[in-house]
Each structure stands twice: as structure tokens, then as C-alpha cells.
Design a binder for this molecule. Sequence first.
Ligand SMILES: [Mn+2]
Length: 441
Amino acid sequence: MRYVCVLSSNDYLDGVLVLNENLKQLNSQYPLLCLINETITNEVRDILTYFGIEYKELPAIRFYSSPEESNWKNTFDKINVFSLTEYDKVVYLDSDLLILENIDSLFEKKIFTMAPDYPDMKHGNSGVMIITPSQKTFEGLKKTLEEIDISDNYYFGDQDIINTYFKTIITLDTCYNFMVRISDETKQYYDIEHNSLIEKYGTILFNRNTICPKIVHFIFQPKPFSVDKPFESDYYPLYMKYLRMVRKKKMEYLVAKKSLLIFILVHDLNTSTMDMIENTLKQTHKNKEFILLLEKKNCQFIDDLDSYMDHLKAKANIVTLNEYGDVKKYHYFADYVTFVDLDMIYRNDAFEKGIEKCIEYDLDFCQFSSAYSCKNSFYYYSSNEEIQKVFYEDEAQGLTELLCDKIYKGSILEGVDNFYQVLNKANSGGMIGEAYYNQPY
Ligand SMILES: [Mn+2]
């Protein structure tokens, strides 16, 4: 027996991750199996694995008569759930649900069942289904899909195929499929916590007679994992709790996979710079490599630096730069690159945070700084003009310039043949604020 969901396009991943976390938090006895198709990328598959979600690939089922822009064009994969004959019973769950209490008892239902759809209560809604997989049913559904008459043009997707095939649906209580629609228009609401007006999406409830919903189903678009603003609902905080949990875990995974090359410009070697080097080297990012850069005039430090690295049991390449020293040869090895000045103090997880922001906002590079004002700020730069902004975030109290790969590999390296030009170009593009703390030396 299994809970089963279907991931037919990569952009529903967060919905699946929330569903899995949701089932786990409710001590569900049965694990979740995620059906995917050939369009699901390796990265998404790896994330499913990282979250401990078993997946199975089955060929996508497409119904080409349904309009391309239809929200339901990808839903026909749901028919594949009926073919999982290795299980006696499966409880199928959509990827846009919020489960409020343990629903393991659904496995006790003997026959195929789903809750009524709204407003046509004679038909079932396929967001939650209790299914006894069978090859015969699966073939029957596929045949219905091939033969269905599309002339009345009211085909929503898999749900109509399932309703047509089963004819009579033994209904499940609507508390297992309580439908909520997030409105695509925003309204202003008074936010008591911040004493200000905020924009939220409204919500529309269906099946208002439902007593004690156990499963909330966010029908239509937008989905709760893709909204850019809050929505007005008692269910919003709980959904967000799960969403934040899974996004944090997903981000940890994505950041840990990225490699980082850290250039440290060593102007001088004294007690305070040694402390700075040690502090930087202690940072937790896994796939990082250090390059300590010494200007030619400081090459007398090489031996001291070397033994200091031995003392720290740290691995770092030490490179002596002459005036036209070349750092290009290193940049192929890393996803991200950062230049660290040792006259700065920055938070201990600045590298992770920087990579995280680059992934999150698809940035070319970003810079941490405490800026001119007392506000902790986080600057970012993107070649996509639409998202060029300055951010202020409480959490970003570190500093250090964090130059990410696109700008480093792309525009910065164009026509550049020495390290100093790289640094200069990077700085001018960075709109950098003042350092949080300057260590005099
Ligand atoms: Mn749904």
C-alpha cells in the first residue's frame, strides 16, 4: 500500500516535497511514491532522492486534442496510477494539497472512490482517489482517452476520462477534498502584526457544507507553492510552514553541490591577517577550494604562509602574482568564485548565503555588506534588468564581495588579462557598500 502522487512537470516539485513532508509530520504509515515521466530533469530526480522520496518513471500520457495552454494538459499522467498493480491499494494525492490530520484510514476503503467535484456534485474530483490498481482499468481508461468525444469541448483533463470510465463514482466525504481556490486578484488587508496594509490574494471556498476538512485542495492557479504574495486563508500559515521547511532543505542540498573557489588576497602576513585567514578557512561550505594570492612584492611570505597552512591543517594553493598575474586558469574548476579581502570581517556562513542568493534569484553575482547606513544589506546584481534591485535583509550582516560565476566567466573575463583588472571590473559593477568592519593594517 502506498500514497502516490504524480509529478508531470518540474515546476510542481515543491508541491510534491510539501506533500511528502506533510505526510511524514502526520506519522503516516505508508510512504509516498512519486510517479514521474521522461520530462523530469535529473536535478529534480536527485532532489526527490535527497528527500527520501521514491520515484518511478512511466511514459507520459498526452491527450493532444486538449489545448496547449490548458492547465490540465499535463494531468493525464494520473491515469498511470491505475497501472501500479504491484500494490493492492493506493491512495492517490494531488501535489496541491494540505493535509490536516492523519488519513491512513483511507486505505480501508474497499472500492474506487473520490469526492464530488464542485459545482457538478455528480462527478468526482480526481485530486484525491482511493484506487485498486488493475491492468484492465488502466487499459479501459486509455481506451476512453482515445475514444472520448471532444466536440462539446468541456474536457478538463484526466478527471473527465476517469468520470466517463467509471460512470458512477462512490463518493468520498468532501472533508477529504475540501476545495479552495486562490484568487488571482489581490486585495489589501490590514496586517495587525506590522500595523500596515498588505497585499494578499483572496480565496474562494467550495463545498462550504464540509465539516472538519482533513485535506485541503488548492484547485486552479495559482498554486500555494507558486504565489508571490500571501493568500488570505486560515491554511496559509501551515502551508507556508511546510513550504519553508522543504525549501530550506532543498537549498542546503543545492548549495552543498556547488563548488566554490575562494581567492584570498594576502597583502601582509601578521597576527591579524593570520586570524582572518583562519576564520575564512573555517567556513563550512563543502566544495570549496582556497587560493591564497600573494603579490610578487610579498613573495617573502610564501614559506611562512605554507607552514601556517600546515599548522592549520588546511589545504590552500598559494599563488604568487606578478603585476599581470593570471587567475583565469583557475576559474574552470568552480561553479562560483569569490574574492575575499582580509581586511573584512564577515559572517561565518557568508559563502553559503551568497551561493544561496545566487541560486534563489538567479544572480550574476552578489555582495554582502553592512553598507553606508546601519542597515544590514545585501546587494545583488543580475544581467536580467527586471530583477536588478537592492535588497535589505536582516540576515545578511556579513560582507565580502561575492562574485558569482556568470559575471566572472562572462563579462568580467572578456578582454581582461590580469587579476587587477578583474578586481576593478568586479568592484565597479558591484555598487558595494562600506565594509562592516575594517581591520587596519
Ligand atoms: Mn489539484
